[in-house]
Design a protein around this ligand. Structure first.
Ligand code: SF4
Length: 286
């Protein structure tokens, strides 16, 4: 039976993108190929060393569970889902154990209108081989919609691509697969050539609906997003594009959410909120 290293498993409302407002189970896998230490930092201060300032300022040993971890105003707001210092907070769970936990946290103890968000970290790293066991579990039969929240750098393996095609067209009814691609612009601190991978994202459209979601704080970020959008379109990507305000904490989010909404309107793009910030203060487990 397959196992997954799970950083968090919780029930909440999807706060971002296409499924904003939909009751959702969030399965957050451990591990990421990026650090994104640059979010919220002035551009000339972004460096990879910022990782240690942003993520390990706290005394790691004093935290026993995710809910106790501090929120950060710079860098990746889900840092504990990939930073090695926090790996012991994330257990390896069998697909049976994960399904049991899901049945405990959804309101009717079976899938109704909830959708499953597989997030991270980066959920399309090596875990692709483990998802079929989980999704084929008898108690997952009535699940109709899945979103993978990915940074858009991981190619689908041929085996997983085949599996997803079968899952979407399965005998149990119409099912929907979505790839919410949060492509990382230079403000993240990651290199363009590593982060903007149009051919990979274009391929997601072979098995589901894919859309791009850019985190924006400044005009320079938007100029970068426009260059990235052009690159994705050149590769044949057809999906929607969302602009989303930066802000893992409420004070930062509130500074630029309206400006980003206006920018999206002005350019005929979609706006994504981060409802988990005003509703739940972006606390772990929300
Ligand atoms: S890709 Fe996402 S999870 Fe990974 S470091 Fe960047 S923001 Fe965090």
């Amino acid at each position: 039976m397959s196992k997954l290293k799970i950083a968090e498993l919780f029930y909440s409302i999807q706060g971002e993108g296409r499924y904003m407002g939909v009751p959702s189970v969030f399965l957050r896998t451990f591990g990421c190929n990026f650090k994104c230490a640059g979010f919220g930092m002035p551009r000339d201060e972004i460096s990879i060393e910022a990782d240690d300032i942003a993520y390990t300022h706290a005394n790691i040993e004093s935290f026993q569970k995710y809910e106790e971890l501090p929120l950060v105003s710079t860098g990746c707001d889900s840092y504990a889902s990939w930073h090695p210092a926090f790996k012991d907070l994330s257990p390896m769970l069998t697909s049976d154990a994960i399904v049991d936990r899901i049945m405990e946290i959804i309101p009717h103890k079976e899938w109704k209108d909830e959708h499953l968000v597989i997030t991270g970290g980066e959920p399309l790293l090596g875990w692709q081989r483990a998802y079929p066991d989980l999704l084929d579990h008898p108690k997952m039969k009535s699940l109709k919609e899945i979103t993978f929240e990915t940074n858009g750098t991981q190619k689908l393996t041929p085996e997983f691509k085949d599996y997803l095609s079968r899952w979407a067209g399965s005998k149990w009814g119409v099912r929907e697969i979505t790839f919410s691609v949060s492509a990382k612009l230079p403000c993240s601190g990651e290199k363009w050539e590593d982060a903007i991978c149009p051919a990979i994202v274009k391929e997601y459209e072979d098995v589901g609906t894919a859309y791009l979601k850019f985190v924006i704080a400044t005009e320079q970020d938007f100029a970068d997003a426009e260059c990235a959008i052009a690159a994705y379109r050149s590769a044949g990507f057809k999906g929607h594009v969302y602009l989303m305000p930066v802000g893992g904490v409420e004070s930062v989010y509130a500074l630029n959410n309206k400006n980003v909404a206006l920018l999206a309107m002005k350019n005929g793009l979609r706006y994504s909120d981060r409802l988990q910030v005003p509703l739940f203060k972006n606390e772990w487990g929300t």
